[in-house]
Ligand binder design. Structure first.
Ligand code: NAP
Length: 267
């Protein structure tokens, strides 16, 4: 979709930093509104991103300074950082850019998964640490990491891996025993359970992404008594945060009215 400067002078211009289910859901709600001109920014990592009713731009801004410049030149009125909880660089850039440009910022961040009775979790602060926690004895591991992070598996070639990612892992990993599945969530618990059983998985390697879309593997592992090696979240900037799309919508509605809209209404 192209920007329409003739019709958007009285609308609020919102930029969503995306790449998550929540970003898409928020864009679906805001993109259809007449009082909002919406742009969604993607890093450009996924080959076929899901369509949203908004202008979509792709690729980095060139750090916090580049994003601040973009906020100014595009006259953005509010910024929503709906990037993945593990996209920490972008979140710190967003906080810094919003400060420089004087633009209100909201982080939309789903809460982390909490350990429940029956969970057999071990936690690590990084992907390489998590791979090391799998141990020296060969295991059969379901890997639910980003395709770039999966390269860390090469440090532990003794295991048999089932690697699931949205796009293919290229070049293929230098491992003896690895299979690939290309799939995009959400993943239902029953399907995850079938997958774990079919492949005789005895460990799940994943990030604590939070949210419902990918929780199925955690619940299925609990039901089957399978160990989950979970990468804990990186630190995030201390900014106003919504934990759901509904909360983010309420924040948008609570923003000060656009000055042009006030002028048009004679206020
Ligand atoms: P990151 O490490 O925090 O960011 C690295 C660089 O990528 C940023 O400095 C920025 O480049 C660019 N970037 C990141 N998100 C962007 C966005 N929404 N729009 C424009 N540029 C963006 O991020 P990442 O972990 O590589 O994640 C990249 C994207 O994948 C994000 O949109 C994130 O929501 C999504 N994602 C990440 C994960 C994950 O586990 N990390 C999982 C699912 C989806 P500049 O400095 O040049 O602006």
């Amino acid at each position: 979709m192209e920007p329409d400067s003739a019709t958007d002078s009285a609308t609020r211009r919102i930029l969503i930093l995306g790449g998550t289910t929540e970003a898409r859901l928020l864009a679906e709600r805001l993109g259809v509104r007449d009082d909002i001109t919406l742009t969604v920014s993607l890093a450009g990592r996924t080959r076929k991103p899901v369509d949203v009713p908004a202008m979509v731009r792709s690729g980095g801004f060139g750090g916090a300074g580049g994003l601040a410049e973009y906020l100014r030149t595009e006259r953005i009125d509010a910024l929503v950082d709906a990037t993945h909880p593990f996209a920490a660089i972008m979140s710190f850039n967003a906080a810094e850019a919003a400060r420089i440009a004087g633009v209100p910022l909201l982080a939309l961040a789903r809460p982390a998964w909490e350990r429940q009775a029956g969970d057999n979790w071990r936690e690590a602060a990084s992907v390489p640490d998590a791979v090391a926690l799998l141990g020296g004895t060969p295991r059969r591991v379901l890997v639910a990491l980003g395709r770039n992070e999966a390269r860390a598996l090469e440090a532990a070639p003794q295991h048999a891996y089932l690697v699931r990612s949205v796009d293919p892992v290229e070049p293929p990993l230098r491992l003896e025993d690895v299979r690939y599945i290309e799939a995009r969530g959400p993943f239902a618990e029953a399907d995850e359970r079938r997958l774990l059983e079919e492949h005789r998985i005895d460990a799940v390697l994943a990030k604590n992404s939070g949210g419902d879309a990918t929780y199925g593997k955690i619940a299925a592992a609990r039901a089957l008594g399978i160990e989950v090696v979970l990468v804990t979240r990186p630190p995030r900037p201390d900014v106003a945060t919504a934990s759901s799309v509904e909360e983010a919508l309420a924040w948008v509605d609570g923003l000060a009215p656009h000055p042009t809209a006030l002028a048009l209404r004679g206020e």
